[in-house]
Design a protein around this ligand. Structure first.
Ligand code: PLP
Length: 407
């Protein structure tokens, strides 16, 4: 008899998406003539842009010839990609991040889930609610959760993002070792201003905390008063780690390429108070458990950071942003309090009935699939997320259908 890792038994199952799939399938079986529009999943729909495809193909061609073939690459990622990222995402924008502080990976999901391994199992954690569920679940797997009671784990401190605080969690009075932040937020689409993010960096300095900042949706931010990176804030280099991804930025959800920035200044401490570099530890972790992203994918990723690549991805982001604007305005016109949709592909709104009843209502009345907010945390109950990743034609049709609703 082999004993299980009991921490896994505390996980709350991926009930949400399987339940969504089950209900949609049953509806389609009973109503085969009805066209369902899916605005539920946070997956992109537009193909890779031409300069990325060209570089990807060239990368594959190189792999086909003895002289240009690549085997294992550097664990941290090829320098050509890390340099391109350091320059385009940071240095050209006046932010001091160097190529050796960037770690290439297959996804921000992996990195946000794995990063907690570097911390003691007893650390105190603050995690937003609602938020991308990986932060909670990866810490549950690691044994930090305590018990599950009333929709929450007893050992985590939840940073409430509610309609009352405009979905911007208040800075806790108490000290927490590690704080997860996600802006633009999934699912609320909410963002922080420079001043608001600065206050989090000050909190981390005051308490000796570390901020794990997920910037997976930074490409949707265009307003210069909203930071795209936590490293735009003075002092963040000592207290923050940032996760970025090409998934939503450049349509890499299936291709897989992301990157994590660990500045050399961030420190963690042994029981005896000896300081260790988080950067060195993450390097050690990655070189032990990860063997890099494939060469053609990294070559394709580097094309995102060329002038042509940047222009092309901006057009695609613009397309999704216009979808988001259209959906947001329609939801607002229905009188439902909503947020997001501007610096984010997500529109988050209060439902006129509970989340699952609203899910069935939307499916039944107008054949639109969205995501019940409860899947992102207890505060998501009574909320709903629509995603702007979709074909314009479908979005326009969805809008016409939504406008017919009343309750
Ligand atoms: N972080 C957030 C906030 C997300 O919403 C997602 C995906 O939906 C990810 C990370 C995962 O990104 P990746 O595709 O790079 O694993």
């Amino acid at each position: 008899m082999v004993r299980v890792n009991e921490n896994y038994t505390l996980l709350q199952g991926s009930y949400l998406f399987s339940e969504v799939a089950k209900r949609v399938k049953a509806y389609q079986q009973n109503n085969p003539e009805k066209k369902i529009i899916r605005l539920g999943i946070g997956d992109v729909t537009q193909p890779l842009v031409p300069s990325v495809v060209k570089a990807f193909q060239e990368g594959v061609e190189e792999m086909a010839k003895k002289e240009t073939f690549h085997g294992y690459g550097p664990e941290q990622g090829y320098e050509f990609l890390r340099e391109a990222i350091a320059q385009v995402d940071f240095q050209k924008r006046g932010i001091s991040i160097t190529a050796d502080e960037i770690f290439i990976s297959t996804g921000a999901k992996e990195d946000t889930a794995n990063f907690q391994e570097l911390f003691d199992t007893k650390i105190s954690l603050a995690i937003p609610d609602p938020v991308y569920p990986v932060y909670v679940d990866s810490n549950v797997m690691a044994g930090r959760a305590g018990k599950f009671s009333h929709g929450r784990y007893t050992n985590f401190f939840y940073l409430d993002a509610t309609i009352e605080n405009n979905f911007k969690p208040e800075i806790p009075k108490k000290r927490f070792d590690v704080v997860y932040l996600c802006f633009p937020n999934n699912p609320t689409g909410q963002v922080l201003t420079r001043e608001e993010l600065k206050a989090w960096v000050e909190y981390a300095h005051k308490h000796g905390s570390i901020l794990l900042f997920d910037a997976a949706y930074e490409a949707f931010v265009e307003d210069p008063s909203i930071p795209k990176s936590i490293f735009e804030i003075d002092g963040a280099r000592e207290v923050a780690v940032e996760f970025r991804s090409l998934s939503k930025t450049a349509g890499f959800t299936g291709t897989r390429c992301a990157y994590t920035i660990v500045p050399k200044e961030v420190k963690v401490y042994t029981k005896k108070g000896h300081a260790l570099s988080l950067h060195s530890l993450w390097f050690r972790r990655q070189s032990t458990k990860f063997n890099g992203v494939s060469y053609p994918v990294q070559k394709a990723a580097a094309a995102v950071f060329t002038a042509e690549g940047q222009k092309e991805i901006k057009e695609v982001i613009g397309y999704y942003k216009e979808n988001a604007r259209l959906i947001y305005e329609t939801i607002a016109s229905l009188g439902l309090p909503c947020t997001g949709g501007k610096h984010s592909p997500y529109i988050w709104f209060k439902t006129p009935m509970d989340s699952w009843r609203f899910f069935d209502y939307l499916l039944d009345k107008v054949q639109i699939v969205g995501t019940p907010g409860i899947g992102f945390g207890r505060n998501g109950d009574g909320y709903f997320r629509l995603s702007a990743f979709g074909e314009r034609q479908n979005v326009l049709e969805a809008i016409d259908r939504l406008k017919t609703l009343s309750w």
